[in-house]
Design a binder for this molecule. Structure first.
Ligand code: EGV
Length: 376
């Protein structure tokens, strides 16, 4: 069972903090955009597709600090979702290389997609990505793949580390791949990635995503951005998969990005921060805590020694509270994730309160049972 299977089992639960998709109520200005849908639909069909796509991409990238994303040069392609984009990337990589150094831990559909295209994976930790690539990337990977901000930890690849990694990849002829789906939650991840990458001459592919940011009933887009010189046949493979994305969805993403830049992202950050505090405040620190410095819309909860996240997940399910056990994020060493559960924070605050209280309750019960066992 992969993490998405667990998320599917949680979809209809009243307290679902399992998947990382945005499920909070619309803000008034987001509701105003939804109210315009019939008109937006009609206009989208009357407007030039190239114009809609360029405007959506430019607005979306600028709102996230990526003004130098190569939209005008035609190096940004749109996809239905970032996982579709990722599979396209994986297929292209498999044509050219064998080994990919992939950040560990990360969401399990990334290793699964890469392995699904027969790529061999080499785990590289977040700490290693902050060190000297010459020492930490020893097995000559043909590509390096980094999720930044990472899921579930919220860890961010700092600009100086990106630069060093990009220079190392350029030097070695390795393709640098980034998944920045959670960028919108953390200003520290909104330095202009493209300015740094294009300055090094590295062959790169960046996958960007609108999907985690807005509660739009899965109306979303992924984007695949590539370097000027890039041996991967991205454009050809994209064309195997799709003619174009929906002009209507492009229009929706443009309006949401405008709203984000005009205060919507600040409101989103406030909601996530308040929900993260709620979780932290409701845990007994001797039994569970928030181990990560993170701004993304998911929070890891670390359970005290001897408490199993899998058992907690199971107990919570009996209360109709859905979280994610984190073993599968540690795709190269599942045991390393045994002590963590993940709670999604892009939810209304009432949902997060209920989830956090249930986690606290279950963890207390498990600790009680454990000490009873030890007493014999
Ligand atoms: C998260 C699931 C898949 C993914 C969920 C996610 N997508 N499996 N194609 O969007 O953190 O819950 O990233």
């Amino acid at each position: 069972m992969n993490l998405t299977h667990l998320e599917l089992m949680a979809l209809d639960s009243p307290v679902n903090v399992s998947d990382g998709h945005a499920r909070q109520s619309l803000t008034p200005s987001q509701q105003a955009i939804v109210d315009r849908f019939p008109d937006l639909f009609a206009t989208s069909l009357r407007t030039s597709f190239a114009e809609l796509e360029r405007e959506a991409q430019e607005t979306f990238f600028a709102a996230l600090g990526q003004s130098l994303a190569p939209v005008a040069e035609g190096r940004v392609l749109s996809a239905y979702s970032s996982s579709v984009a990722m599979d396209i990337l994986a297929r292209c990589l498999a044509e050219e290389i064998e080994n990919v150094a992939l950040v560990h831990p990360t969401f399990d559909n990334i290793p699964d997609i890469l392995r699904g295209r027969s790529l061999r994976l080499l785990p590289v930790t977040q700490a290693e990505l902050e060190g000297d690539p010459e020492r930490t990337l020893r097995d000559d990977p043909g590509a390096v793949f980094v999720t930044t901000p990472n899921n579930p930890t919220g860890w961010v690849l700092k600009p100086e580390c990106l630069l060093r990694l990009a220079e190392w990849c350029a030097n070695k002829g390795a393709v640098l791949c980034l998944d920045t789906s959670f960028r919108g939650f953390d200003p520290a991840a909104q330095y202009d990635t493209y300015e740094i990458l294009d300055g090094t001459g590295v062959e790169y592919v960046v996958i960007e995503d609108s999907g985690k940011l807005w509660p739009m009933a899965e109306l979303k887009l992924g984007f695949i951005c590539r370097s000027r010189s890039c041996r991967l046949a991205i454009e050809d493979v994209v064309s195997d998969i799709l003619l174009s994305v929906s002009p209507f969805v492009l229009s929706v993403v443009r309006l949401l990005a405008e709203d984000g830049a005009a205060g919507g992202f600040d409101a989103l950050h406030d909601l996530i921060e308040a929900n993260r505090r709620t979780v932290g405040a409701r845990l007994d620190p001797t039994l569970a805590c928030l181990p990560d410095v993170s701004k993304v819309s998911v929070a890891r909860v670390a359970l005290a020694d001897g408490l199993s996240a899998d058992a907690a997940w199971r107990a919570l399910r009996t209360m109709n509270v859905e979280v994610l056990p984190c073993a599968a994020f540690h795709w190269a060493e599942p045991r390393a994730g045994d002590a963590y559960v993940r709670l999604a924070l892009a939810r209304d605050s009432e949902v997060v309160v209920q989830a956090a209280d249930a986690v606290a309750q279950v963890v207390a019960l498990m600790a009680e049972q454990q000490s009873a066992l030890l007493r014999g």
